[in-house]
Structures are given as C-alpha cells and as structure tokens.
Ligand binder design. Structure first.
Ligand code: NAP
Ligand code: HSE
Length: 423
C-alpha cells in the first residue's frame, strides 16, 4: 500500500535551498525509503519572486509569505533555509509549537536560541533536526548523539568554516590577496550573506556551540566563545582578520601553517571553548586540510580519537545533510539530539582555554633587540630570519610568560600576534 507523501514547505531557495529543491524535485529516487513516505514539495518561500522564477522555479510553488506556509494545514514539514535570526526564529518556533517537524541549516539561530528551540520541540514532540548547521555535508551531529552515545566525549575540535579555510589555503599556497579570495568564496556560495561572520569567527563559534551541545549535553552562550588571538600586549583582531601574508610565510618557514580551529573540551565541571587562528604543523591532518574542506576530530573514552573530513560548505554538500534529515523525519527518527538528556536551561558561559601552557608562534618585525640573548621561552633555534623580520616559535609556556618575553624584546609601540601552536 503506498503512503501519502510528506508535504514539504521550503523556506529559502538560495545556495542551499536551490540544491535541496533540486534533490527533492529531480532526484526523488535517492530519497525513497522502505519505512517512510515519499516527499512532495508543496511550496517555496523567497523574498524576490521574480528572481526565483528566473532561476527556474515554478510560479505556482512560490510565495513571499513564509509564515503562511508554517500556519498552513496543507504543509507537514518545514525546511528553513533562509538564514539569520529573524524571522527564522519565530517561524521555527511556530512550526514546532504546532507539532510540525523542522529541518534547518541555520547555525546562527540554533546556536543563539538552542535552549528555547529544544524546549519547544520537546514540549510538542515535533522533531527538530539541524545536521546541516555544522560542517556542511559531514555527518557529525547524529553520530555524536547516537553512534558515540556509549562514550564520554573529552574534546571536539575542528576546521568548521569552509570560507576561512579556503582563504587561508589560498594565502598559504598561492599568495593570493585576501579580498580576491573572499570574493571567490562568495561566488562559490561558501560565504554567509554577511561574510564578516565567517572571517571574524562567529560562524565557527556558532558551530562549536552546537557541537558542544551534542558532545557535552549543554548549550553554551556563543558570545562567551573567544575568537581573538592574544598579542604580546593585549588581544588581536577576531578570527582570521589579522592574519597577514608575512605571518603565513614565517609560519611556513617553521613547518607550520595557520588554520582557524574551533575547540571545546571538558574542564572539571565546565566547558572550555574557543575559536582561534592556530599554528598547526603543515604535515598534519589539520595542516593538510585545504580549501573548503572541513575536518573534525573527536577524542572520546573509551573510543580514542576519530577524525572525519569532507566538503564543509556550498549548496551540494549542505543539501546532502538537509535531505538526510528530511529522510530521518520521514522515517520518524526524532530530533538531532536523539536519546540524549534534555538541555533546555539557560546557556552556559564557556571557559577561555588560553591560559593552558603551550608553544606560541609570532612574526616579529626586524628589531635590534632580537640580535642579543633571547629571554625564555623564546628560542633562537626555532627562529627564521627574513629581510623584514623574524619568525619565531617559543618553548612551551603560559601566555603570561610568553607575553612577558615578547614585551621584553619589543619596542613599547610594537605589538605582535601570538598564535597558539598545536603540536
Ligand atoms: P542564500 O543563498 O542567501 O539564500 C537565502 C534564501 O532565503 C533566498 O532564497 C532568500 O530569498 C530567502 N529568504 C531570506 N530571507 C527571507 C524572508 N524573510 N522571507 C522569505 N525568503 C527569505 O543563503 P544560503 O547560503 O542558501 O544559506 C541558507 C542557510 O543555510 C543559512 O542559515 C546558512 O547559514 C546555512 N548554510 C549555508 C551553507 C552554504 O554553504 N551556503 C552551508 C551550511 C549552512 P531572496 O533570494 O529572494 O532574497
Ligand atoms: N559560511 C559557511 C562556511 C557555510 O563557510 O563554512 C557552511 O556552514
């Protein structure tokens, strides 16, 4: 006996929505399951109806009133792919409270309103799924909630923003100017509508909050996740916005490359979390993760360490995760958090991990003091001289000790970024 189709309303038909609609409308055979109904796209919401028609979408599917689709008794499931906080938050809340399952790729709304959206979903019993919100096409949230449920997760870290990794790779390998590569990332559909969220680390912080919810059972306040590297005298520019060609070249001479790493780990009863431009060995899994590729490493007990990598942004990759979630809804598999305990209380403040002793990398402008003895933990053996400065990696030291040593050799009006080194 054939089952009636699940009637799907798609809110947003841009980079991700367009690819999801392509899968639903043109490849239904991929989505067929033995234990769930097929799908029927009943409506698509956009702002600009003319543009959507020009893109080839049938006029009778289109509306510019997404709230009507959420309220409509003729829709069974809502796929939110518009982005941003509002009206996405209001629409998702309304759908969940009406008992309609929601699938979204919107990490911003999930990270900033996770506890209340989880509470709404648990109250009504409507599934809330957001696999596509983290690391594009890489399956990571559902495995954390289900396959790894028998473990204590100790640490989650990764390259989780495709745009910044695309830019850093082009800077390191081709010496391409930052603005030019950012434009290319936008043309490829990797960057957010406002790319400052990518390059300043906000997008990676949102993804880290979501990863931490699945790994540690708690929602963190995204605003408490640090995203500025330290300098000798204070804090640097957020995300990758302070990374220069000179620093990249200096890092390469020391066998390092700079990557934007998002890390969350347990520290006693708290969660340590930060998004940091980090110097990693060029010849290491993070070091050789290039372009739009994302990589996530999970340290778990008793499992040990696992690593997954794959396409982290763009319509095709992200549609894979959205469509997988839709199939999960059709099969009645519930929410992304599966059987994990509820987390609906206020979001917690993340602890800053920068006080952990480690090596530090900096590029110093040429200065006379560098010719004399270097104060510990600076190490001349781990330095390379350039015409316009010196690349140097310290011994293992606290941030306070590293700052004191750099401050001792730098003129008062000179500051340098201290990149944590991940050995
Ligand atoms: P996009 O290309 O900018 O598309 C957004 C779509 O939503 C457009 O069709 C837009 O319509 C529509 N829209 C926006 N606000 C609307 C409103 N108030 N009412 C009706 N329609 C509205 O964005 P995207 O790159 O597809 O991203 C969508 C979501 O997926 C975001 O949450 C993003 O963070 C997430 N995501 C993106 C990627 C990626 O690689 N791009 C990967 C993972 C997750 P108009 O075009 O008519 O304005
Ligand atoms: N702007 C995001 C990125 C899209 O570049 O990773 C994928 O979440």
């Amino acid at each position: 006996m054939s089952r009636p189709p699940l009637r799907v309303a798609v809110l947003g038909a841009g980079t991700v929505g367009g690819a999801v609609l392509d899968g639903l409308l043109h490849h239904p055979e991929r989505l067929a399951t033995a234990d769930g109904p097929p799908f029927a796209v009943v409506a698509v919401a956009v702002r600009d109806l003319g543009k959507a028609r020009d893109d080839g979408l049938a006029g009778d599917l289109l509306t510019d009133a997404p709230a009507h689709l959420v309220a409509d008794a003729e829709t069974d499931v809502i796929v939110e792919l518009m982005g941003g906080i509002e009206p996405a938050r209001t629409l998702i809340t309304a759908a969940l409270s009406a008992g309609k399952p929601v699938v979204t790729a919107n990490k911003s709304v999930v990270a900033h309103h996770g506890p209340e959206l989880e509470a709404e979903s648990r109250k009504s019993g409507a599934a809330f799924r957001f696999e596509a919100a983290v690391a594009g096409g890489i399956p990571i949230l559902a495995p954390l909630a289900a396959d790894l449920a028998g473990n204590d997760i100790i640490r989650v870290r990764g390259i989780v923003n495709g745009t910044t990794n695309f830019i850093l790779t082009a800077m390191a390998q081709e010496g391409q100017p930052y603005d030019e590569v950012l434009r290319e990332a936008q043309d490829q559909g990797y960057a957010e509508a406002d790319p400052s969220g990518d390059v300043e680390g906000d997008d990676a912080a949102n993804k880290l909050v979501i990863l931490a919810r699945l790994a540690f059972g708690r929602w963190l306040d995204p605003g408490s996740v640090g995203r500025r590297p330290p300098t000798a005298r204070g804090m640097g520019r957020p995300g990758i916005t302070g990374v220069s060609d000179q620093q990249m070249e200096g890092a390469a001479a020391l066998g390092l490359t700079i990557k934007l790493l998002a890390t969350a780990s347990r520290r006693d009863d708290e969660i340590e979390a930060a998004v940091m431009p980090t110097a990693v060995p060029s010849d290491s899994p993070f070091g050789w993760t290039d372009g739009v590729t994302n990589r996530i490493e999970i340290e778990a007990d008793p499992l040990g360490t696992i690593r997954v990598a794959g396409p982290g942004a763009g319509g095709a990759a992200t549609s894979s995760a959205v469509l997988g979630d839709l199939v999960a809804v059709a099969r009645g598999l519930g929410s992304t958090w599966a059987g994990l305990s509820p987390s609906t209380g206020p979001a917690e403040t993340a602890v800053d991990p920068l006080d952990r002793p480690r090596r530090w990398y900096a590029f110093l402008p040429a200065i006379p003091a560098i010719d004399g003895d270097l104060p510990a933990p600076l190490d001349r053996a781990a330095s390379v001289e350039f015409e316009d400065g010196t690349a140097i990696r310290t011994e293992v030291a606290t941030l306070a000790k590293a700052r004191a040593a750099f401050a001792a050799i730098l003129p008062d009006d000179v500051d340098v970024t201290l990149y944590p080194v991940d050995d």
